[in-house]
Design a protein. Structure first.
Length: 135
């Protein structure tokens, strides 16, 4: 099996983010627990657990109108990465032992790189309001 590259992860993230609609945010928020459990029980994705919780908090506050100081492209990238995690038949099918989650981890890593500044600003906003900066 060929290694999964950063370019492939970036391409997959952009493809997923470009399909995101407002309705996807609501659907993702409804599946938050399922995604977080999947991440927690996965060796490759577990290291992103706290980041994914922050990503969900950002989506929730955006969806409810509490935090809008973030560009749609950052929201779409976060939602696109989380939607990618839900797809078991993505670029590398999740059913392939040892390799199936490599692409998922790559897509999340690329997303975090792209929206890092937005997530830092959001965490600071949460902290200013007395909320846990990393839910």
């Amino acid at each position: 099996m060929r290694p999964f590259t950063t370019k492939q992860a970036t391409d997959e993230l952009h493809a997923s983010a470009n399909r995101v609609t407002g309705a996807d945010l609501e659907a993702l928020l409804a599946r938050q627990h399922r995604i977080e459990e999947r991440v927690k029980n996965s060796g490759r994705l577990a290291r992103f657990g706290t980041d994914i919780q922050l990503m969900f908090a950002l989506l929730r506050d955006y969806w409810h109108g509490h935090y809008r100081t973030v560009p749609w492209k950052a929201i779409a990238a976060v939602a696109g990465a989380l939607l990618y995690l839900l797809n078991p038949l993505d670029l590398i099918p999740d059913l392939i032992p040892g390799f199936g989650l490599l692409d998922d981890a790559g897509v999340v890593a690329v997303c975090l790189t792209l929206v890092e500044a937005d997530l830092f600003r959001y965490a600071a906003w949460r902290e200013q309001r007395g909320l846990d900066p990393t839910p």
